[in-house]
Design a protein around this ligand. Structure first.
Ligand code: HEC
Ligand code: HEC
Length: 228
């Protein structure tokens, strides 16, 4: 638990120093998100906070920086429940519409760490924007295990999670469950999160430095990810 408090403390300190700059939008090329054809995806994230909830809004373009139509998605973190709960929203002109993707495939524990491609040829972040993302990420890490808050204003065709079967196969590897567990720093991971798991493991972002995977666990992880 104390790591989460440390993240929260650092976040508060930096927010105090940074003043209102945290209300700024940040646009970046995503390292992880790609279109179905493997092309670049651009995101603009905005953040609003109150005592009750944190609201993360993201506009997303699959058609370059100058596209007219950007998708609009939102995650609202309810801070009055313990553990926190997050609801997922897809919007069009401010109105709730059908999800374009099953959010929980990638968002197993509420908001995701923001990872811009700092080598992007199309868009560079200035120092201020880098600091804002750094500080947002402290806050996102401080949430810990985040559960789902239902958001069904109409009968949805696209469920929050498509791979219902996969959700019952949780990742049971010590090098990961040290943190990815109900009482831990992050929610339980399952087969339904396979693509995100593969991405972060391949990029050596998980387990986070200085943690390592034991030899035995590496074997089990490969089995979980690739079936052999
Ligand atoms: C294929 C994986 C994937 C899916 C599916 C997905 N997201 Fe995300 N989302 C991400 C990643 C990765 C980030 C972090 C930003 C980045 O690094 O590009 C993110 C960031 C966000 C953010 C900004 C706050 C944060 O978490 O950092 C919002 C809001 C968001 N997503 C909402 C949604 C909603 C709502 C859905 C379902 C309709 C959804 N996402 C589906 C991968 C995904
Ligand atoms: C020391 C704690 C720790 C360990 C060990 C760890 N993780 Fe994580 N993991 C985190 C934190 C904190 C986040 C959120 C911030 C980030 O993405 O860096 C995260 C994020 C993730 C995510 C994205 C979903 C989410 O919760 O935001 C995946 C997938 C993931 N880790 C996979 C793994 C796998 C696979 C292992 C084992 C090989 C592992 N992690 C080991 C702490 C850990």
């Amino acid at each position: 638990m104390s790591t989460l408090l440390a993240f929260k403390f650092l976040y508060s300190l930096l927010s105090f120093i940074g003043g209102s700059s945290l209300n700024q939008n940040v646009t970046f090329e995503s390292l992880e998100s790609k279109t179905s054809q493997g092309a670049i995806v651009f995101n603009t994230i905005a953040f609003k906070t109150s005592k009750k909830e944190d609201v993360w809004t993201m506009k997303q373009s699959h058609n370059g920086l100058h596209a007219k139509d950007w998708d609009e998605i939102k995650i609202v973190v309810d801070k009055e429940s313990a553990p926190f709960k997050a609801s997922y929203h897809q919007l069009k002109n401010g109105k709730e519409v059908e999800y374009k993707a099953s959010c929980l495939r990638c968002h197993s524990s509420g908001p995701r760490l923001i990872r811009p491609n700092f080598q992007s040829k199309e868009i560079k972040l200035n120092i201020k924007e880098k600091l804002i993302v750094f500080n947002w990420n402290l806050l996102i890490k401080s949430y810990g295990n985040v559960e789902v808050k239902e958001n069904s204003p109409f009968k949805r065709k696209v469920a929050l999670i498509k791979d219902k079967k996969g959700m019952h196969e949780s990742l049971n590897i010590k090098s990961c469950t040290k943190c990815h567990r109900e009482s831990g720093e992050r929610s339980v991971l399952t087969k339904a999160n396979l693509n995100t798991i593969k991405f972060l493991v391949k990029k050596k972002m998980m387990p986070p430095w200085p943690y390592k995977i034991s030899k035995q666990d590496k074997k089990e992880l490969n089995k979980f990810m690739y079936g052999f």
